[in-house]
Design a binder for this molecule. Structure first.
Ligand code: SAH
Length: 348
């Protein structure tokens, strides 16, 4: 078999593909797991380090594959401890990831695309338009490389696909990357219970996702009526609120799990009592929890964050109706690392 790859980065290859390739070379296919353990568990940078492989095999691997790292162009640290990584990709494009310290662990927010095509009106990433999908290896590398940077005793346990891009618009690469990130044998071994994929609501892909992965699902709802939602998120014209809610109601959830509904609170747009009540009604048929995200501003944005009292009232209405509600005060605002503030550019 000849592997047709744009890049020779070993992270682009699935374990069974590597096993087949080895077999075709007349070598033992089980070596694939051994090799990938070096790459993911031991964070190897070269095939030379893989001391339990024969010299010949190491040479052969070096000849055919590389073990790529992302080039870190800039790291900024917020007053609250969160860190924003700007990575320069092989083709010179930039992408960002944000490492967020929680009480006793880290959460890492990773990107799935360079830019985004969805044109959500309130999101800074959208302003730069869509550039390209990240490859499977580039998605995995954000996790692998940042985990490798960490020398803290605090562990990286949670991963959210809430950075730049729409994960379900880069479906295959995202699914393949998540499979490697959660593979405890020949991957990074993260628990799929601690991985969350956030989507603006690409309805046809939701059913596929539910079949293929058991990660957590977050839906960026942001409005409860079609007029407002289509204004904020043009994707709503294709998959309106009712269609999205139907897909969510049918989403196969594991016992005791719920879908997270993200709701960016924007002053005068979607923050009224009626909005809160409509939201409560809309989510009734679904096992849901709600994350309220007060709008994060950026230079030149046309929207504002509601007053604190409005945010709290909105939460209270939902709590009264028995929903679990969290107000997500995004970290890293001083370094433009908060939700919707990622641009993939140098902040001079
Ligand atoms: N495309 C995916 C992944 C991006 S997640 C999605 O839409 O879910 C980014 C989250 O940040 C989304 O919930 C989005 O609604 C929210 N967001 C975008 N811009 C924001 C802003 N300026 N302030 C607060 N939240 C924002």
């Amino acid at each position: 078999m000849t592997l047709k790859l744009k890049t020779s980065d070993i992270k682009e290859i699935a374990g069974d593909q590597l096993a087949t390739w080895l077999k075709d070379q007349g070598l033992e296919p089980y070596r694939a797991v051994q090799i990938l353990k070096w790459v993911y568990l031991h964070q190897a940078d070269t095939f030379e380090e893989m001391t339990d492989l024969g010299k010949e095999l190491r040479k052969l691997l070096s000849h055919h594959f590389t073990i790529n790292r992302l080039e870190t162009a800039q790291v900024e640290t917020s007053q609250d401890g969160s860190r924003k990584y700007l990575f320069r990709l092989e083709d010179g494009k930039y992408v960002e990831s944000v490492l967020i310290p929680e009480k006793d662990h880290y959460t890492l927010c990773i990107s799935s695309q360079v830019g985004c095509a969805l044109e959500c009106r309130f999101c800074l990433t959208a302003k730069g338009g869509f550039v390209r999908n990240l490859s499977k290896g580039e998605i995995i590398a954000q996790v692998r490389d940042i985990a490798n940077h960490l020398d803290d005793t605090m562990r990286l346990t949670n991963i959210v696909l809430m950075g730049m891009g729409e994960p379900l618009a880069n479906y295959q690469n995202v699914v393949e990357a998540v499979k490697t990130i959660t593979d405890s044998d020949a991957g990074l071994g993260f628990s799929s219970r601690r991985i969350t994929i956030s989507t603006a609501g690409l309805v046809p892909r939701l059913a596929d996702l539910g079949r293929e992965l058991t990660v957590n699902l977050a839906i960026s709802l942001n409005a409860t009526d079609n007029k407002t939602r289509s204004m904020l998120m043009p994707i709503n014209r294709k998959y309106p609120v009712e269609t999205l809610m139907d897909a969510c109601a049918q989403y196969p959830l594991l016992p005791r799990r719920r879908i997270t509904f993200e709701y960016v609170l924007i002053k005068g747009i979607n923050d009224s009592r009626q909005d809160a009540e409509r939201l409560a009604g809309l989510l009734r048929p679904i096992r849901a929890k709600i994350n309220l995200i007060p709008f994060n501003t950026y230079q030149g944005c046309e929207f504002e964050r509601p007053q604190e009292s409005v945010i709290n009232d909105f939460k209270e209405i939902l709590t009264q109706k028995n929903y679990t509600v969290i107000i997500r005060h995004s970290k890293g605002q001083d370094i433009s690392a908060a939700c919707g503030q990622l641009s993939g550019k140098y902040d001079a």
